[in-house]
Design a protein. Sequence first.
Length: 161
Amino acid sequence: IIIFQTDGDQLDDLSGRPRPTMLEPYVPPMTFTFEDLVTTADSSRATIYSIIPGVPFVGLSLPDQLKNARADWENRQRAYAELRRQNNIPTQNSGLRMPSDSALMSNAQFWYRLHLALASLAKGTGAWADYLKQPEQASELYSRVLNAIHAFLMTSTGATS
């Protein structure tokens, strides 16, 4: 049983495409792909719960994806500003403007593709995926995961609670 918490950005590293050479000294090369991960999960009979932090993109209309892409951009700008503040790094480009709708939709499609892969991985292993939209939801969401694991263990061992 695996609890996989990621927004999916690491999945791009598993695409098999070469990564920028500037990363090579700092980030070791991947020796497997996302397809390898899916195959291994299937052959090992692993159950993978995907917890996706951030705003949802899967299962939404295009206008809602655009709305969430806007919210995602704003959330990331606030997070970057907070990281800069905590590390005493001067604020840069505090007057950044919201990207165009076209750029936001491109970003939404990028996250949609990654989130869909995470959801498909979970579903394919007999589990489920869910979004952790706010940190305050973590306790409730992880309780659901642990309850599902408990129910599975009780069923598979024939035990009763």
